[in-house]
Design a protein around this ligand. Structure first.
Ligand code: FEO
Length: 394
């Protein structure tokens, strides 16, 4: 780990986890991740913004030492999850005068999960400020991005917003700054889909709250620093606030190609109508890629054979994930082929999407027996017309 300057007297200390492939035993990390901590040297006081994941504590302490840190006054903790807070006990031990500065909820969560004595905390509230001499920190509560404790810290004199998970990306990179915006775009979109999207309504409020701040730089807890904040702020407005795009996501599974034939027909006809189509074979698929495809989609068509009178388990998993991630999808349909007893497929998918029922219209399913017949293709045509017509009005 090395310390690098993002502005005078402000260092970034990044633990790069090149090999991590799964977060929380759940979220795939095809490009690894980073855990970012920032060191701010004011004229009177010194503060760290967040720390790093516990396995990286030793290199983190060594890096602080190499950066010449002899005295530390504050550790600002924007979020209690241990990939950011896990090194706090070791830092407190190393710097006995340091205090953990955080909100009440974060304090409670940290105290629940690691040994930090009560007298080592300074509790702050929304809008409080903390002077480091010539630099001033202020704190803004941003709950549910993605835990109830999450907040951001603003350094007024340098116009830097430290956002921890908010605006982050799981991207192991030697780049300090987001100079390769195409690469960062993909990682940030996947990150938004998997971690932030369920809290879209909260994000809309937080974007409004932060809008009056003059921001030159966004320094997140994962991934590169944004020297062009409009890049990520505009993306979050597009993902969390703007209406969905005319995109049709098709998670599909097929056993004997009957469902594949329906999917192929659907793709071609939708493309003829100028719609974007994103098909995903869910067998052995990457749930993170599927999640990212849902960020801006207007429509999802589940395509599945019947398995023991229900959808294929990989389609069940896709529907469950979609329900949990709360995308801004407006239309849902089910198509598929069954040998016997498949008529309950769409009902089960609708049950799995119960959390979206106030925002989603369920179109008439097309469930057929065996290979699609001429009559079945007419039913698919009717579904395609319904999708095209509804997308015209978005
Ligand atoms: Fe919620 Fe990066 O931890």
């Amino acid at each position: 780990m090395i310390a690098r300057e993002i502005k005078p007297d402000i260092l970034s200390l990044v633990a790069i986890d090149w090999d991590r492939r799964l977060f929380d035993q759940l979220v795939p990390l095809p490009e690894g991740t980073t855990y970012n901590s920032y060191l701010i040297r004011g004229s009177k006081k010194t503060a760290l913004i967040d720390t790093v994941y516990p396995p990286n504590t030793a290199e983190y302490l060594a890096c602080l030492k190499k950066a010449g840190l002899r005295k530390l006054d504050y550790i600002v903790s924007n979020h209690a999850e241990q990939d950011h807070s896990g090194s706090i006990p070791a830092v407190l031990k190393q710097f006995p005068e340091a205090k953990v500065v955080t909100n009440a909820r974060c304090r409670e969560l940290i105290a629940d999960s690691m040994p930090v004595p009560a007298d080592r905390f300074i509790e702050i509230k929304e809008g409080d400020t903390l002077s480091l001499g010539n630099k001033t920190l202020s704190f803004y509560s941003t709950p549910w991005v993605h835990w109830p404790d999450t907040m951001v810290t603003y350094l007024a004199e340098d116009k830097i917003l430290f956002t921890c998970d908010f605006f982050g990306s799981h991207l192991a990179s030697s780049d300090l700054f987001a100079i390769d915006e195409r690469r960062v775009y993909s990682a940030a979109k996947r990150y938004y889909a998997e971690i932030m999207m369920p809290f879209r309504v909260h994000i809309q409020k937080h974007l409004k709250k932060l809008a009056p701040l003059a921001i030159d730089c966004i320094a997140p807890g994962h991934g590169p620093v944004y020297q062009r904040p409009a890049f990520i702020l505009d993306l979050y407005k597009q993902w969390a606030v703007a209406p969905p795009r005319r995109e049709v996501v098709i998670p599909y599974v097929s056993m004997y190609s009957d469902t594949t034939q329906m999917v192929g027909y659907l793709i071609d006809r939708l493309m003829e109508r100028g719609l974007s189509v994103l098909p995903f074979n869910m067998v052995g698929g990457d749930p993170g890629r599927f999640a990212a495809s849902l960020v801006e989609a207007s429509t999802v068509v589940f395509a599945t054979p019947a398995v023991l009178a229900g959808p294929h388990p990989d389609i069940v998993s896709a529907a469950y994930l979609m329900n949990a991630l709360r995308p801004k999808v407006k239309l849902v349909a089910t198509i598929g082929s069954f040998g016997w007893g498949g008529n309950v497929i769409s009902k089960k998918i609708e049950e799995l999407l119960a959390g979206l029922k106030t925002q989603v219209e369920f179109l008439k399913p097309v469930l057929i027996k065996g290979l699609p017949s001429a009559e079945d293709y007419k039913s698919l045509d009717a579904l395609i017309e319904a999708i095209a017509a509804a997308n015209q009005t978005l």
